[in-house]
Design a binder for this molecule. Structure first.
Ligand code: ZN
Length: 104
């Protein structure tokens, strides 16, 4: 749930111009130190499809928004609703002249 809410945070913080997906994480524990989470293996999607191999551009961002299911961490962090993310993404595409697609 922590990783999924982090993916939501990235969408929100980038105003839906970037999405991470396939991010994995594991808890790292070392005696005498605070627990931490090590994140690895991300794929990124950017509005202009400029982050390299596996970047599916707007289609990838749209897919991340559509498949995300908010959890208690999203709510606890007071992240925007999925409807706000969808609307922001549509507005970004209009602003940058990217072909409008209908989100369901
Ligand atoms: Zn969420």
């Amino acid at each position: 749930m922590t990783v999924k809410s982090f993916l939501h945070f990235i969408l929100e913080d980038s105003a839906c111009t970037m999405a991470f997906t396939d991010l994995k994480g594991f808890l790292h524990t070392k005696l005498g130190q605070a627990r931490s989470m090590c994140l690895f293996d991300p794929m990124t999607h950017t509005l202009f499809q400029e982050s390299g191999v596996g970047d599916f551009g707007g289609a990838g961002i749209q897919d991340v928004i559509e498949t995300h299911e908010c959890n208690l961490f999203c709510e606890g962090l007071n992240l925007s609703t999925k409807a706000v993310l969808k609307n922001t993404f549509v507005q970004q595409k209009k602003e940058y002249g990217i072909e409008a697609e209908t989100l369901v």
